[in-house]
Unconditional design. Structure first.
Length: 348
């Protein structure tokens, strides 16, 4: 059973690690908070599991410790930054603060970020916007990486291209965090390292055969688009859209052949008050969610669960009873804590 740790204590620990590695304290706290929130929500490949990778990037100079994004363009409701491979987690939160403020003024605001560092878990950003009564669309791709084959091909050309959507309602928000591929490279790598098979035939091997063997990835195979062999044109279409809305809008992407892994990002905030009003918006989204939950199901079926419902339940439980960290995460963090002179937390 995974050990549990106090959530607030984990956030302080993560912040201390990043600060000891050279990040400004406020920036370190932001990154740690978003990573621990990912673990709280059950996204354990994109929470503190990423901290050693980020710390190594800080140590090696791939991720600048300080600095600000370069403003390439600012037209009020549309902004373009060059992130200079600063922490993508911090860049997204920084962009959200700007975009939420501008959305109150203009109704909506989009911040495009090129050459961002890795942005971790999209779901962890969504409640920040919905708590402020705004809708968030968060899109990401990595123009220096490839793992997903276009529909009908076996060669990886693009990344899983995740999208996050946070929707306020008159109750809990709807939190959508999905990829344009069936699965992620992180989960595939974890399964391969543990000698496990994937839950379904989510990959294609070098000969074009569907497979649940994660070893096919990296051996001439690729991840399949959402929809798989038969209906992958749908996921492929989503992948194309996200490429256009990230690297396309940012004016920097695969055509530039970047050598450093990172992200092209779009942060789009929409303020319902500028349209039909937040009250009417929340009443409509709440009504729709209630109708979906009440929909008739097959006998014995568990019923409808809205996106983000389980993640919010896990987060509340973790905040009360401790964060359950996936095995192997804390030992690597403790190793970094020893190198950086940071005191590690004890399990509950």
């Amino acid at each position: 059973m995974a050990e549990r740790y106090d959530a607030a204590g984990l956030k302080r620990f993560g912040a201390d690690l990043f600060a000891a590695a050279g990040m400004p304290q406020d920036r370190a706290a932001t990154v740690s908070e978003m990573l621990v929130d990912a673990d709280l929500m059950g996204h354990d490949t994109h929470g503190l599991n990423l901290a050693p990778q980020y710390l190594a990037a800080l140590e090696g100079g791939e991720m600048p410790k300080t600095g600000d994004p370069e403003v390439i363009s600012d037209r009020g409701p549309s902004v373009l930054w060059d992130g200079g491979y600063l922490s993508g987690v911090w860049l997204v939160r920084h962009a959200m603060d700007l975009a939420m403020d501008r959305a109150r003024q203009y109704g909506l605001c989009g911040v495009s970020i090129r050459r961002s560092g890795h942005i971790a878990c999209l779901a962890s950003f969504l409640p920040v916007a919905t708590a402020a009564g705004q809708m968030l669309l968060l899109l990401s791709s990595d123009p220096a990486n490839a793992g997903v084959a276009p529909h009908g091909a076996v060669e990886p050309i693009y990344t899983p291209n995740p999208m996050g959507v946070g929707i306020p309602t008159d109750g809990d928000p709807v939190l959508i965090d999905i990829s344009a591929s069936i699965t992620t490279m992180g989960l595939t790598g974890r399964a391969a390292a543990n000698g496990e098979r994937m839950p379904g035939k989510w990959l294609v091997d070098a000969e074009g055969r569907e497979t649940d063997d994660p070893a096919a990835f990296g051996n001439g195979g690729a991840l399949l688009p959402l929809g798989g062999i038969e209906s992958g044109h749908k996921g492929f279409g989503l992948g194309i859209m996200i490429e256009a809305m990230t690297s396309g809008l940012g004016g920097f992407g695969r055509k530039d052949r970047p050598e450093q892994h990172g992200a092209s990002v779009l942060v789009l905030l929409i303020d319902p008050e500028a349209f039909g009003g937040l009250g009417a918006f929340a009443a409509e989204t709440g009504f729709f969610g209630a109708a979906c939950r009440a929909a008739r199901t097959a006998e014995g079926a568990p019923g409808v669960r809205l996106p983000g419902e389980r993640a919010l339940q896990r987060k509340r439980d973790g905040e009360q009873n401790g964060v359950a960290l996936f095995d192997g995460i804390m030992p690597r963090l403790i190793e970094w804590a020893g190198r950086l002179g940071v005191e590690a937390p004890r399990a509950l």
